[in-house]
Design a protein around this ligand. Sequence first.
Ligand SMILES: CC(C)(COP(=O)(O)OP(=O)(O)OC[C@H]1O[C@@H](n2cnc3c(N)ncnc32)[C@H](O)[C@@H]1OP(=O)(O)O)[C@@H](O)C(=O)NCCC(=O)NCCS
Length: 176
Amino acid sequence: MTSDVEALGAGHVVDEGVDDGAGRRVTLVGVTDANWRDIADVAPRDDQRDHVAATAARYLLLSEREEVWQSLGVDADGAIVGHVMWGWDDDDQLPWIGGLIVDAQEQGRGVGRAAMVTLVRWLLRRPDTNAVRLSYRPDNVAAKAMYAGLGFLESDLPVDDEVMAELTAVRAAPLL
Ligand SMILES: CC(C)(COP(=O)(O)OP(=O)(O)OC[C@H]1O[C@@H](n2cnc3c(N)ncnc32)[C@H](O)[C@@H]1OP(=O)(O)O)[C@@H](O)C(=O)NCCC(=O)NCCS
């Protein structure tokens, strides 16, 4: 994968007008000198460590070391509450989404859904993009339910040990 779709620079904010369940505006923010520590410290619940890395620091380093993924902070009214990343897949000619973690104490308030709607809206606005893809472990019940609720359809083709799912622009229309 290479990020030949326009990169989101440090300091850039993606605000698609989406709020979480508590009415906080959820935006995606580029990694900056001011926010990288808060993004790195984002951590899932202990029982979710089988599904994702123990903290978002691993994804930040991955984004930093390889020109594949681009990390973003998930911000709710000025507080970092999560991490997500995206990358352009040259084989699929589509963007992939990965590394979504909502901080343990922020889960269940609509942040994950708001972050996904924001990222999907932003990615699907690009003229070269008519679908987005991602993958998750088959036993990740919360992720599976969230993605299904957004309109993602599971593929028969597994990616490593994970389920691959795709959201086309047509299926995403209610979100856009
Ligand atoms: C998956 C995750 C990102 C969801 O974020 P969240 O902010 O808690 O989710 P939301 O409050 O926005 O809920 C969105 C949907 O997720 C699903 N969901 C969230 N928590 C759930 C749970 N404990 N059990 C089942 N479904 C759940 C529901 O479908 C929910 O929709 P609903 O509110 O209409 O029922 C969060 O649980 C998380 O960070 N998990 C650990 C990391 C992870 O698994 N990331 C995904 C890797 S592919």
